[in-house]
Design a protein. Structure first.
Length: 91
């Protein structure tokens, strides 16, 4: 069995990405983290298996769906944009 077919590799990779998200916040790595952890869970349950390109595709699709969900949930709300009409350096 190849290393990328091990479920725990995907989960450890997802946890590493989650830790990096804490270090550099911005909801960029969180989607990839959730995608990797979900792929690991699918591998552990035996639902998913196969070659590296298939596993990467599944992780990418889950990450993209997670990104859209986070964008909708955490995104900028209407009226939340701050428009500056005065510069602090103007006097």
């Amino acid at each position: 069995m190849m290393l990328w077919q091990e479920w725990w590799i995907w989960i450890v990779g997802g946890i590493i990405l989650a830790v990096l998200e804490v270090i550099a916040p911005g909801y960029i790595l969180l989607g990839f983290s959730i995608g990797a952890i979900a792929t690991g869970i699918l591998l552990a349950l035996g639902i998913l298996g196969g070659s590296l390109p298939i596993l990467i595709l599944v992780a990418a699709v889950i990450s993209l769906l997670t990104w859209f969900a986070m964008r909708r949930f955490f995104g900028i709300r209407r009226g939340q944009i701050k428009i500056w009409d005065k510069d602090i350096n103007e006097d």
